[in-house]
Structure formats: structure tokens, C-alpha cells
Design a protein. Structure first.
Length: 238
């Protein structure tokens, strides 16, 4: 698959990274790229139905020179690859608390993310799994980006100052202790129907990013499942 050459594409500048700690999660933010490159959180049981908090805001924990230039949309012409303001830590998981929902709309938590990937593709499916399984117990989630070196998708340097990640990844530890990981290109090709194609070992993510997942067992770290977890039948999220 496309990501087998990722080891040659990683662009990771430790000196440019700021660790941001919020109430319920943490983010590593790359000032050079002007976007998050890692996040980590543990869920709480679903206990709210607050409406989505819409306004985005600049992150004042960051020096001004680290922030994206605007919180506006990533506009592209019709007919080409379009991008959303893609959350790392997704908003609806905190729909019991207005403060947490607002924090998740910090632009420190946003990068250009392929529209279909964000709304219905593999990335969105990992969010749905997280939301559904948190009712069975604690779900631990790690995620991030791999910047790569593909300049062709860097459409927002002048408008926002942000580099567009070439890949995104997610690792989920489910309530039963099982863990799954996905590595996906940041385009519209990783559809829901192809979700299993993007499964990797959690240890593969460590190899490409340097991030480790200490609460996952050694056996789970080195196992690649053939099928992604299914949404439970009781879960009504679409």
C-alpha cells in the first residue's frame, strides 16, 4: 500500500513542538507546520446531548507566530480535493460540557482534512466507534498526523500558514483491552467500505511517529487485526 514508504516521508521537528494540556486531553502542536501532530484522551460515558459548538477560535496558549493565520474555512475550487477544518479530538465526545466542546474548537486542534475522510470515511468511522463503545467502558484514544513531503496538497500556506498532512492515524483501546490502529492518506480514498484496508499494528504507528501507547499490552501492540470493530447494534450514531 501507499504508506509502506512512510519512513522516508516523515518530517518531525521536535524543537518546534509545543505540548498543550487541556481539561480532558493533551495535544502536541507543531509550530513550524502550524497544526497538531498528536493528541491523546480518555472518554467519559455518554451523558449529554448539547448542540454542537460552532465557532472556532485561536489558541491563546500558543505564541502568535505559531498559530494559523485565520480560523476561516479551507476553501478550494469545485471539482478538486476539498478539505474541512478537521478536528483531532472530536467535538461531540464532550457533548455533556460546553467548556470542553468549546476547547475542542481551538484551532490548535484543527488541520486541513480531506472532506469525505472527515465526514464519512475511515476517520469519521473511528470517531463513531469511540462514541459507541464509551457506553461499555473507558475508551482510550491516540491520534495524529504525518506531515510527509507532498507539496502538491499544501494549498493553505498563504491563507492559513498551515502545512497539509499527508497521512492521519488513530489508535483506539477499547473497553475490553483490545486495540486497533489505522493509518490513512489524507484524501478521500479511505472510505467506510475500505476501512479494513487501513488497519495496521499499533507498533507500526510507533515506528513512523515515535509515539508509544503504554497502556496497550505487548500482544495488542504487535497485532494487526483483519477486520475493524463493528458499530454495536444498539448504537444509533450515523
Amino acid at each position: 500500500m501507499k504508506y509502506v514508504m512512510l519512513a522516508l516521508l516523515v518530517s518531525f521537528n521536535v524543537s518546534a513542538v509545543e505540548r498543550l494540556v487541556f481539561d480532558n486531553w493533551e495535544i502536541d502542536y507543531n509550530c513550524e507546520m502550524r497544526g497538531y501532530e498528536y493528541f491523546h484522551y480518555t472518554t467519559v460515558k455518554d451523558q449529554g446531548e448539547l448542540p454542537r459548538y460552532k465557532p472556532f477560535h485561536q489558541e491563546h496558549k500558543l505564541p502568535k507566530e505559531c498559530r494559523q493565520l485565520t480560523t476561516g474555512t479551507y476553501k478550494q475550487p469545485i471539482g478538486v480535493q476539498n478539505y474541512d477544518r478537521g478536528h483531532g479530538v472530536h467535538s461531540n465526545i464532550w457533548d455533556h460540557n460546553n467548556t470542553l466542546m468549546k476547547q475542542s474548537n481551538s484551532f490548535a486542534n484543527i488541520v486541513p482534512q480531506a472532506k469525505k475522510l472527515n465526514r464519512s470515511g475511515v476517520w469519521r468511522q473511528t470517531e463513531i466507534l469511540t462514541e459507541c463503545y464509551r457506553d461499555e467502558g473507558e475508551v482510550e484514544v491516540w491520534g495524529g498526523v504525518i506531515w510527509g513531503d507532498n507539496a502538491e496538497n499544501d494549498k493553505f500556506i498563504y491563507s492559513h500558514g498551515v502545512v497539509t498532512p499527508d497521512y492521519l492515524w488513530k489508535v483506539i483501546k477499547f473497553p475490553d483491552g483490545n486495540a486497533q490502529a489505522w493509518l490513512m492518506p489524507n484524501d478521500d480514498s479511505p472510505t467506510k467500505a475500505l476501512m479494513d484496508n487501513y488497519l495496521v499494528k499499533p507498533s507500526t504507528i510507533t515506528k513512523y511517529t515515535g509515539y508509544s501507547f503504554r497502556t496497550i499490552s505487548l500482544a495488542e501492540l504487535n497485532e494487526k487485526d483483519t477486520h475493524s470493530f463493528k458499530k454495536p447494534k444498539y448504537c444509533s450514531i450515523k
